[in-house]
Design a protein around this ligand. Sequence first.
Ligand SMILES: [Zn+2]
Length: 274
Amino acid sequence: MGIKVLISVDMEGVAGIVHPAETTPERYDYERGRRLMTAEANAVVAGVIDAEPTAEVLVADSHGSYRNILPEELDQRARLIRGKPREMGMLAGLEAGAQVAMFVGYHARAGASGAVLAHTIADALLDVRINGRSYGEIGINTLLAGSYGVPVVLASGDEAACDEFSALAPRAVTVPVKRGLGQHAADTLHPRKAQDRLRQGAGQAMQLHADNPPNLASQPLQVEVDLHQPRSADLSALIPSVTRSGRTVVFTAETMTAAYGMLQLIALLTQIGP
Ligand SMILES: [Zn+2]
């Protein structure tokens, strides 16, 4: 068996997508959004296999319900990781021995400017800081992969997302597919053009992957989460070991996996209705 590659695919950073109506099941353009997402996943699978014909490719559907990619339309050379909850969330497959990771269709962190559909895990989270530094999903997931010794060798999304990733992994490949003009507006490449660039970028990333060291955070990790609603902070503070100060909740984790599990849980708690 060849190298094991994990491709984590989100939706907000896919070419052509600018609005929640395109990323939310049962809204009018969602069926189109999920096809665009599946096509970008396929472009990256093809690029990986162009460069490494024996690669073992895992695609982790990593948006919302984690049930967006159309399984029957995914490149059959890949396996699909689908559905939630799951311990490793957006990076399910790391625990199965992935050796390199790629982030496709990713978006910038909450509060980033010029960024399409920017948020961090859930809209109710205003910021996440690890060891005092603010991270979005790109940063959190890069550190999670790093804690498994896995480098992230490619990221795609809008220009803001790509810049966020380059600040952490300057030698990795980025594929910007649109330029944010606002939270719900972008100047976007044609989807087919974006898919061509993704295929090429994925091949290039496989050739250069040995140049990318995994990103590591010093442990134990001090994690702070700023929440939009005081009630979400009340709920989070019910978790033993979580302390609350105003709308910020704080916890310490021994490992990135533990920190990530706690972040997933806090995000779920923000979705519990009154
Ligand atoms: Zn998403």
